[in-house]
Design a protein. Sequence first.
Length: 354
Amino acid sequence: MMEAREMEFLKREFAHYYERNEPDYPLMIESREFGFGFEKKIDFRHKRFNTNEELHKYLITNGPLFCSYSIAYYTAPEAKPMSNKMMFNIDLVFDIDVHGCPRHSDKYVCDECLGRAKEDALKLIEEFLVPDFGVSKKDISVNFSGNRGYHIHVNDDRYRGLKGKEREEIVSFLNGIGLDAGIFCEEGPRVDSPAWFGRIAKCIKERLERGEIKTSKREEYLDNIERGIWSNIRESTWFYREFEECRKRFSTNVDAQVTTDVSRLIRLPGTIHGETGLVAKRLRSVDDLGGFDPLKDAIFAGEEEIEIELLEGIPQMSIGGRTFDEINNKNAHLPKYYAIYLIGKGVAKLAGRS
């Protein structure tokens, strides 16, 4: 648990940020439930704001470490229990996070793992939402989560209001759950077939062309794929293995719980993530995602150095456009943005008397 001195320090820094910056207010703010956290991501919820100004004032006055809002719209968002809120609409939101980076523990992030999260976000948008769901890029908004991934919001009325079961079906489709290799072969897909049929046909074709599938019938199989003939391919020893490999390659890795839980609260874009001190920055357009560097572009604090006391060794890290070597000293002078990151992670505290 964070000590009081560090908590007050972060609250002051966050409040000062909100004095100069407003968050990205959600559509119909008066119909949204809000939750805030200091010790954890959501310490309390069921809070309502009738205007953008009310929310902004709250952020300035309290400097919460975490600010979340409902993907659902309610007649009475402040009501308890949940059934009394009277839900009348729900946004469709996807969360993509990365875990298990070989370069460090899950406590930290790096350009490699955040790059994988970006690739998954682009895959979701360009391989699924736009071609398969018919969503225009202008109706998709993307924001950095503030920690280890991205949130993708679909602002298309056709997909608002979907219930939990319908959302589960969307997640299953995005991850290729329930795909049947036998039915796939019967359909006779080509590389230009829509959705999963075309994706897997193209994937197998490319793997054959690159020699990643070892077979003496390579040219025959490639010719058959072009013509949509899969009967002999299905009988090969490698087909089902390669089918599953291609399914995994195109799966989006979206967090099913975030999309399917209609009472979910999600990070408000433009607010600071208390565990990192990084802003959950919303991108101006989907096309800006490729060039976005969260460990540089989502920083709010400055270069001013402060002294911190480290509670454990810190691995090498790149942040703020600089690379910091591994730190094993007890105390260190670091730029405020990096110090805030380490304090938020619970691996450092302010130096000096408590």
